[in-house]
Write a protein that binds this ligand. Sequence first.
Ligand code: PHE
Ligand code: ZN
Length: 880
Amino acid sequence: MNTDTPQPVRLEDYRPTPYLIDAVDLDFRLDPSATQVRARLSLRPNPASAEKDAALVLDGERITLRSVSLDGALLASDHYGVDEQSLTVGKVPQAPFTLEIVTTCDPSANTELSGLYISGGVFCTQCEAEGFRRITYFYDRPDVMARYTVRIEAEREQFPILLSNGNPRERDVIGGTTRHFAVWDDPFPKPSYLFALVAGDLGAVHDMFTTASGREVSLGIYVQKGNEDRCAWAMEAVKASMRWDEQRFGREYDLDVFNIVAVPDFNMGAMENKGLNVFNDKYILANPETATDLDYVNIESIIAHEYFHNWTGNRITCRDWFQLCLKEGLTVFRDQEFTSDIRSRAVKRIADVKTLRARQFPEDNGPLAHPARPASYIEINNFYTPTVYEKGAEICRMMLTLIGETAFRKAMDLYFARHDGEAATVEQFVQCMAEASGRDLTQFFTWYSQAGTPVVTAETAYDPARRQYTLTLEQKVKATPGQAEKLPLHIPLAIGLVGPDGEDMPLDLDGVGVLNAALIELNEQRQTFRFNNVPQRPVLSLNRGFSAPVKLEASLTFADELFLMGHDGDSFNRWEAGQRLGRSLILAAYAGTESAADAEAYAQALARILNAPSVDDAFKALMLALPTESEIAAALAADVDTDKVHAARDAVRARLARHLSGPLAEIWQRTAETGPYRPDPASTARRALRQAALALMVMGDAPRGTAWALSELASPHSMSAEIGALAALVQADGPERERELDRFHQRHAHEHLLVDKWLMLNAQCAGPGAARRIERLTRHPDFKWTTPNKVYALFAGFTGGNPAGFNAADGSGYRVVADAIIRLDAMNPQVASRIATGFRSCKLLNSIRKSAAERELNRVLAEPSLSRDVYEIVSKIVNG
Ligand code: PHE
Ligand code: ZN
């Protein structure tokens, strides 16, 4: 371990900088191994700073300082100091001044993919969160917003395309040389993390968009040459996003151009740089031969997400990185709404809750738990988490639920009007919600500051004589690291009392009267709600639409759950009842107490849904998917044997499949493709159902299911069908599995995105030898340690998609992942630390697994020059 333990940064220590930077002039001489950057900064003392006459301390790392001039005069070296992290100029004018800094850096040696680097022969940048300091010395923090002018100079032949933020101003050849240049102007002040530059020999697709007020925007998507025919879907998504933000939020685009560049090497999904979004190419490129339905959906929503940041993130940014959820939670909320509006709202809600449960609940339930707005961090890159993003979005959604559509839109308008051009805080955002609605959101704010998923327990009683129904709710949040005591939250719970006819009864709340919104608000630790004029015993349907991100324990009977699954007017809760039933069946199988009658009743209820012509295919597909192994592990809470969980879940699925073989066969016939591939919602839903049916059939009747899968693979209709069939097939060990994986690789070895899918499917292969397979694949010529997508496909595919393999009792899974973390940390700490989060749930496991995991994590911690990134994650897991 490092001799000096990394120290945390704290929210309470926030101070404004002593100087502000109003404008930046950047001049890049691009060269793969020695790029020169000249930065001219216009500075002035910050009136908001309490410090007077302070030294100017700018951030900078991995760059070489060549010269510093102040107001045109070169500074002698005794006037400034440089170390590994900063440039300090001790005495500067207490009036506006300019500082000119010349530095050099080496993009070709940049394996962290932060700052200026080269991907596929193309120069590109990634500055969020703290990458700009690897380009030049600067106040690399979001509350310093400046106007940027950027001149880029490079070899003409190799780098014909030169892009940066804002609007293009000028471009020309440099006479008598092989070089050329371009100048870009961004009129909007922005923080350094939104800076971007791209230079290379890229293919392009162009289009136009006319904004509501008639501004013509030229749109460009830049990709590696040869991929131009895979940009049409992304371009449609750009236009749909622009239109939607105008219609739903009254927000127009504000520059003359909007460009997107897709690169093959990228740590994250995509980045919202002003006017120049940079994307991981897997979230841009699509055609029916290479992209699945899920890829199409992801591309659409990630394009929307990055585009929506233009207002929520860029025009209004964050004061400091503790406020990250101000832009991320809100922008995820906005992209979720976009997808809900253009596709199916009900299906989208279920999909989002599945993601929340698969990613955020486990985080909240273990050593990495942190509030949506953390109070401290060691490495900010570790806080681009499901809690900041997905729980952050849930908090926005709860405010919408509490104050209603009209007030919510008013609050958003107020937020844009009041804070445009500023670096804001979460408090300021919530203040707009409170002002626009007239509601007191003081207690609600605890959602931002308190970690952990609340458990809400419901007790009910029906008094037929009084025709009264009593609901007593209790909320509890268990202790999380650094937060032993928990405060009660303000929890909006959408509710229905479902009568025997399946209809909702009126909600006549004692002391209030008939509710016009079917919503109750839980504020206290324990609270009782009494409903009058309830003619019969109702079935409780609580937290409809997942109105609050809580775990609900309503202890309904098996029969009541079956009833809700078949009749609840809220489709989310129909699905939810099915999930609870599925979970109870798997838990019973795990405990060896399964009841054949229950399983049969559940299968019959499912069959009724599958056979109902009025039910949408996407919903049917969702109903067929049982809770994941990690959800089952979380429900068991302690001493988990992951092999037994895997076996129990498979046993329930197999039994279900046998009960449902008739309906599954009908689905298989009915959903055969007849026309060309289309990624529209109805076709996507049909294929989702087809694949869910296939996956179950492989479990229940292996020969038949395998035959289906093989016939699909023999002449796949689209990549969606091909991946669907292969995924179904690889669930079980067998000769077909290896043969078909090999064939897939042979067919698609030239497509880097399909090689990733192949790696991921391999990583998910359950059964003994899983770790050996991973180890073997790291030596495959198509695997590359320096390409994040390859690493995520193999290792996140393993830790997240193969719980039994990763948590193998002999520790082999932990060992292969720990080896990878150590190896990756030397080249790309952000990627290494993301892989390390795969260990976050090991405290739930039985002692043999727990100690094997700890042994490997301690081995990682013992590494001599561990990054702050990995240190923070691994030490929290070990000590948490
Ligand atoms: N801000 C990006 C997004 O959510 C994510 C990101 C973070 C990308 C850090 C790169 C680096 O849209
Ligand atoms: Zn984002």
